[in-house]
Design a protein. Structure first.
Lengths: 167, 565
């Protein structure tokens, strides 16, 4: 049983690939799914391990890093300041496309609002003013339109395809 | 490794919300079929953006028109050969609801959707009543005969729409219904006076005359009736009035134009201010407004409209040059000079377009972004509404159980559920049913804060909802919403009560009316109309196979009936 005034509580999370993470309570509570787990099981023992069957260790480590930083920003009253933007920019710079995808799927499953906002914004920025071919190649998506279907949609929006970046 | 194309719909929607340009949404649509299907659903919301400023052709003999977007300060060149006549000269264009009325030099008329380039032919200009006389007094009738164009609804969403125009030197009313194959224009007789503007509001066309008289016109009877009169103090000559609906209210916008010296015959005119009046049609009360709330109004050669100020400035009037002085001024380059954004709060005017763009024929004009909104088709193609609702309940506790778990899509959940106390499943189901009904009508969630779309809890708990402007709903339906979207479940309307509402009873088949009457009586007098044993018996019956075929057949017959209506 948790008691008030107790020292730092640690939450145990277990990933799909069997790794056990020890996370500070405020950081773990950023995950809506973990929070509601404890809301619904108020009498859960302190050493309860919360299973996360849809998340593997690598994205979870990345998410913990992000949330930990943001929890600290909030505690220091730095939320919304340049410091945060700088951290976010650095954070995403190191991530490959594949890692970005794993992160967003995991963040979505764990239901972390702040991180989801940030990741969807990042993806939207990577789409802006790009050609369809570029977007497909960038995200590794196979074109599943028939040539006729694609032609029909393109024709409808002909005017939209002038002056896109070819990078 | 999951593929990017398998991102779930909610995530894709979040990404679309963060795109700013329509082109990016088009690119998004073309990536793969699953992205396309999400983009199609999100498009109406995406397009609720600031309008385009359609610029005159830069050079003759090109099919290109510039569309300027002030939200990102970019002009896009669009190929629209349909806006040119066979003589390679631009046609005269007026706009309404994202559509353009084109008039050729040879007086043929059509509706044109600039981005899809879809065209709808309209009756020829010579089919107006008294055409010979009316056109004989005008110089270049293809420019000056039609001066305003208003659509009652978007031709993409219904074939039952009306094209209304102001025509002739007195700007009289005439209309046609292309969906019914009209071959000529029908003039609506009103008392003789110059009409300033016409708008479609709550199922009627309203016009305002030079003497301040406001008239409502009913197309079904071709009747026009005076409904209000602008107090003479408010009439500031030379008068320039617009009619516009904003947030469900009918507004009269008066544009005050200053002209240094008309006798010099030089276009020195300039808009100095706007006055906005709210008109209460029942009592003929005119109230000057200093605040449009979070809305912006767009006036000029377009049919006047207002939008929610999301990417434009709120409480502002965006105006273009629609002065007739340019035609009397030999030194003028055409219209395009007197444009800007008028701030109703402090009376300041700032520019929205900084380039030079003049034309006699087609001065810059607003094009509303209402394009290709096809609510019926979109709803028909996806069962997502029903699926989401079904996901809300939980299998345990078939009878009057007090549910504890919260399951389902947040947008559909009733307030007490969000606060996670125990709740009465039946009463909250009523709520969810009506949210489903709302989504079916509006194609959007009722409780959604545009600033904070993921946080349904905030808007649902405070029971803030609104019905989007582009959807016409009956007063009965509004009444139902107001009875149902009540935070306290015990105050909320119940199913038996709903079944007594005019909204429910309207067009209900006779057999059903009888059944409903009986049910209501039972519900009133005999609360537990079914005993637990009886219910268990029914459930047992339902579990027995063999009856399915029959039920299925009935259901599909019912669906056919609905389609037939």
């Amino acid at each position: 049983m948790s008691k008030l005034g107790q020292a730092k509580r640690i939450i145990f999370l277990k990933t799909a690939d069997g790794q056990l993470f020890e996370v500070d309570e405020p950081v773990a509570m950023e995950f809506e799914i973990v929070k509601s787990f404890f809301d619904e099981n108020e009498d859960a023992a302190d050493d309860t391990v919360v299973p996360l069957p849809n998340v593997s260790a690598e994205p979870l480590a990345g998410i913990i890093e992000f949330c930990k930083a943001h929890v600290e920003f909030r505690a220091n009253g730095a939320a919304g300041k340049d410091e945060v933007k700088k951290f976010n920019a650095e954070y995403i710079k190191e991530k490959s496309n594949e890692q970005l995808k794993e992160l967003i799927l995991a963040a979505n499953y764990l239901n972390i609002k702040e991180m989801l906002d940030f990741l969807t914004e990042t993806i939207a920025n990577r789409l802006k003013n790009k050609s369809v071919e570029y977007v497909r190649a960038f995200f590794g998506i196979e074109n599943d339109f028939t040539p006729q279907e694609e032609e029909a949609v393109r024709k409808e929006y002909e005017w939209a395809f002038e002056g896109v970046d070819e990078d | 490794m999951g593929a990017w194309s398998e991102l779930n719909e909610d995530l894709l929607i979040e990404i679309i919300k963060r795109l700013t340009l329509y082109e990016d949404l088009v690119t998004f649509s073309l990536v793969c079929t699953s992205w396309l299907s999400v983009a199609v659903k999100e498009k109406p919301r995406f397009l609720s953006k600031p309008p385009w400023l359609m610029l005159p052709p830069e050079k003759p003999n090109t099919c290109r028109r510039g569309f300027y977007s002030f939200s990102d300060n970019m002009t896009r060149q669009v190929m629209i050969p349909e806006a040119e006549g066979s003589n390679k000269r631009a046609k005269r264009c007026l706009s309404s609801r994202g559509w353009i009325l084109t008039i050729s030099k040879r007086w043929s008329m059509a509706l044109l959707h600039p981005f899809s380039r879809r065209q709808i032919e309209l009756p020829h200009m010579t089919t107006f009543k008294n055409w010979d006389y009316l056109s004989s007094v005008l110089y270049r009738p293809h420019i000056s005969f039609i001066t305003k164009f208003v659509l009652s609804s978007n031709p993409f969403s219904t074939s039952d729409y009306i094209v209304m125009v102001l025509h002739g030197s007195k700007r009289e009313l005439a209309y046609c219904k292309p969906g019914e194959g009209d071959k000529s224009w029908t003039t609506i007789e009103t008392s003789a006076s110059y009409n300033h503007d016409v708008t479609y509001y709550n199922g009627l066309f309203y016009v305002i005359k030079d003497n301040g008289q406001m008239t409502a016109c009913d197309i079904r009877s071709d009747m026009a009736e005076q409904v209000a009169e602008m107090p003479s103090d408010y009439l500031k000559y030379p008068l320039c009035l617009y009619l516009v609906e904003s947030g469900g209210e009918l507004l009269v916008v008066s544009r005050v134009v200053e002209s240094d010296d008309i006798s010099k015959r030089r276009s020195t005119y300039r808009t100095s201010e706007f006055l906005v009046f709210k008109v209460d049609l029942r009592s003929n009360t005119w109230t000057e407004m200093k605040n449009l709330g979070n809305r912006a109004v767009f006036v000029g050669y377009n049919s006047s409209f207002s939008i929610e100020a999301m990417l434009c400035k709120s409480n502002c009037i965006y105006f273009t040059d629609d002065s007739w002085e340019i035609y009397t001024d030999l030194t003028s380059h055409g219209g395009g000079k007197d444009m800007g954004i008028y701030n109703l709060q402090d009376g300041s005017i700032e520019p929205h377009f900084r380039g030079d763009s003049y034309s006699f024929m087609n001065p810059p004009m607003w094009i509303a972004m209402e394009e290709r909104y096809e609510p019926l088709k979109e709803l028909g193609s996806g069962n997502f509404v029903a699926v989401k609702y079904i996901g809300r309940g939980k299998k345990s506790g078939l009878l009057h159980s007090q549910h504890k778990s919260t399951v389902g899509t947040p947008a559909y959940i009733a307030p007490k559920l969000l606060s996670r106390k125990e709740y009465d499943g039946k009463i909250t189901d009523v709520w969810s049913c009506v949210v489903t009904l709302y989504v079916m009508l509006a194609g959007a969630y009722p409780f959604e804060d545009p600033e904070d779309p993921r946080n349904f809890c905030k808007t649902i708990d405070s029971v803030q909802y609104s019905i989007p402007d582009y959807i016409r709903v009956s007063a009965d339906y509004r009444h139902l919403l107001s009875r149902i979207f009540v935070s306290d479940p015990s105050e909320r309307i119940t199913i038996p009560e709903i079944k007594q509402l005019p909204w429910f009873l309207k067009n209900l088949p006779k057999e059903l009316i009888e059944i409903e009457k009986t049910n209501f009586r039972e519900a009133l007098h005999d609360q537990p109309s079914q005993s637990v044993e009886k219910i268990m018996c029914i459930i047992q019956e339902a579990k027995t196979p063999g009856e399915e075929a029959k039920v299925g057949a009935q259901a599909s017959a019912g669906a056919n009936d609905l389609d037939g209506e």
